[in-house]
Design a protein around this ligand. Sequence first.
Ligand SMILES: Cc1cc2nc3c(=O)[nH]c(=O)nc-3n(C[C@H](O)[C@H](O)[C@H](O)COP(=O)(O)O)c2cc1C
Length: 202
Amino acid sequence: MTLIEKLKLRRSYREFESESFDIDLLVDAIEAAKYAPSGANKQPWTFCIVQDPKIKKEIRIQSENTEKAFYQRINQDWKSDLTPLMVNTEKPFLEHAPYLIVIFKHLFGYDQNHQKTKVYYPDISVGIATGILISILTDLELDILTYTPSPNTFLSSILNRPDNERPYLILVVGKGSKSYKLPEITKKENEEVIVIYPSSNQ
Ligand SMILES: Cc1cc2nc3c(=O)[nH]c(=O)nc-3n(C[C@H](O)[C@H](O)[C@H](O)COP(=O)(O)O)c2cc1C
């Protein structure tokens, strides 16, 4: 299959097989993603690969705590939008998947003299690098979930990250469980998302 064909088949998994694979595969994938474009080439990102079961368990416990508060906080529209995805406050995949890649964005940098330096467009830059990483993992026939606990500041403490970094999202990575029932969702038609100038029917 080509990369384009694989990307068209990509789906989010919320259950994973426990089988693992060589961490070098992820290091290679991140090495390629780090060549992503970034505002003024500041590369405002850190990718933390977590395979330690104790750390994964701690991330699961704290994520489930935030999820309980999250579901009490969100409005009915948001709850309805989540219904087809069959998600709830339990996040066992955070322990079952072989790897979590916790991605941090940099709000500022530090130079060699530990003086603060500026970064530009960190959200856009980290989003692009994350998208490239998801494409590479898809090409490697690994499955992922883009997981965004909110608030997510507990990730900085668990992983002991410096004060210039803020958690961006967690990529849960592994082989999706064969028994996982994928939510029935649809994707927009080309005509809804692609506009060509000049249009061919003018
Ligand atoms: C920014 C972002 C945040 C997301 N957060 C969560 C999340 O916290 N929990 C979850 O189960 N899925 C999360 N997802 C996955 C989406 O629900 C999923 O991509 C969407 O339903 C489309 O399904 P698909 O990825 O299978 O095509 C997130 C996706 C994105 C891009």
